[in-house]
Design a protein around this ligand. Structure first.
Ligand SMILES: O=C(O)CCC(=O)C(=O)O
Length: 295
C-alpha cells in the first residue's frame, strides 16, 4: 500500500492521484445494489434530481429524458443508508484527511452524487475547470489556480470507467494558447485526445481518482458501457466559504432538514454535516445560489 504522504505528493504535483481499495470488501455489493436501485428510479422518472443529457453543468433542467448522473445519493427520500455509511467510513476519511492535510475536526460534508451511463444517447462534457470560467484571462487563471480551495473531489468506480480525461499539472498552470483553443467554446470536444498534455483516466472497479476540481478535465459518456461511479467531495473548514459557490450550486437545502440528519450514522457523518451547515449559513446574505459555469 502506497503511503499517504506519497499520495499527497502525487496529488499536489499532478492535480490527481489514483488510490486502490477505498471501498471495504463488505460494502461493495451493498453499494452496487443501492446504485442499481437509484439508477432504476432515475430512469423511470421517479427521482427528479438528476444530471440530464444535454446539460453539462448545474442548474440541470428536466428537458431531456436521458440522464448521465443521479444527484444527492444521501437524500432521505432515496432511503439508501449504504451511501452515507461509505461516505463517512474510516478508510475514505483517512485518505481525504491525508490529501487535504487536515484533522478530523476540519472535515466538512459536501456533495455525493452518482455518475452513470446514459441509456441511449452519447454525451460529453467540454474541457473545463469546475470553478474557473472558460473565458478567463491568463491573469485570472493564475489568480484562481493559486488559491487553495480547501476541498477535494473524487470518482470511485464500481465498474470499469474510462470516461474522464485530465491534463496532469494543469491545476497549477494556466492554459497554453493551444490548450485555450481546445477549451474556450461551450462545445464538447470531438476527440478529447487532441488536447495537448491529455491523459485518459482508466479506473478498474474499486479504484478511486481524487482530483483537484480546477484541473483541466472533460468526460465522454456512452450508452454502451455500464457506469456507476461514486462522485463526491469533502471540504476542509479552514477554507471558510471558499468552496460555497462550487458546492451550494448543486442545491443542498434538503441537507438542512432534521429528517436528513436523523438518517446519518452517529459520529463523523453528523459532525461533518454540522460543519457544512455552519458554512452555508455564513455564505451570501441574499440566499441566492450562484453558478460556476454555463452550458
Ligand atoms: O464524469 C466525470 O467523470 C467528470 C464529471 C465532471 O467533470 C464534473 O462533474 O464537472
Amino acid at each position: 500500500m502506497v503511503s499517504h504522504s506519497l499520495l499527497k505528493d502525487i496529488f499536489d504535483r499532478d492535480g490527481f492521484v489514483i488510490v486502490e481499495n477505498l471501498v471495504p470488501k463488505n460494502q461493495v455489493v451493498d453499494l452496487q445494489e443501492a446504485c442499481a436501485r437509484v439508477v432504476a428510479k432515475t430512469r423511470a422518472g421517479q427521482w427528479p434530481h438528476r444530471r440530464v443529457v444535454g446539460k453539462q453543468f448545474p442548474p440541470y433542467d428536466s428537458d431531456y429524458p436521458d440522464s448521465w448522473g443521479v444527484q444527492h445519493l444521501m437524500h432521505p427520500d432515496l432511503s439508501e443508508p449504504a451511501f452515507a455509511k461509505w461516505y463517512a467510513s474510516d478508510v475514505l476519511a483517512g485518505a481525504v484527511r491525508a490529501l487535504l492535510d487536515c484533522g478530523e475536526e476540519n472535515l466538512q460534508m459536501e456533495l455525493f452524487n452518482l455518475l452513470i451511463n446514459p441509456m441511449s444517447h452519447k454525451f460529453a462534457l467540454r474541457w473545463h475547470r469546475d470553478d474557473v470560467r472558460e473565458d478567463a484571462t491568463e491573469e485570472e487563471e493564475v489568480q484562481a489556480l493559486s488559491a487553495w480551495h480547501h476541498g477535494i473531489q473524487w470518482n470511485t468506480a464500481l465498474y470499469e470507467d474510462s470516461c474522464l480525461f485530465v491534463v496532469p499539472g494543469s491545476h497549477i498552470t494556466p492554459r497554453t494558447l493551444e490548450q485555450c483553443a481546445h477549451s474556450e467554446s461551450l462545445d464538447a470536444p470531438k476527440d478529447p485526445m487532441e488536447m495537448p498534455g491529455v491523459l485518459k483516466v482508466i479506473l478498474k472497479p474499486g479504484q478511486t481518482v481524487f482530483y483537484n476540481n480546477n484541473i483541466l478535465h472533460c468526460a465522454i459518456y456512452s450508452p454502451d458501457a455500464q457506469r456507476a461511479t461514486l462522485h463526491a467531495s469533502m471540504g476542509d473548514t479552514r477554507g471558510g466559504s471558499s468552496r460555497a459557490r462550487n458546492v451550494l450550486q448543486h442545491g443542498l437545502r434538503w441537507m438542512r432538514e432534521s429528517c436528513f440528519r436523523d438518517t446519518l450514522p452517529e459520529g463523523r457523518a453528523k459532525d461533518m454535516l454540522e460543519r457544512l451547515l455552519i458554512m452555508e449559513s455564513g455564505f451570501g446574505a441574499d440566499g441566492k445560489v450562484q453558478y460556476s459555469l454555463s452550458a
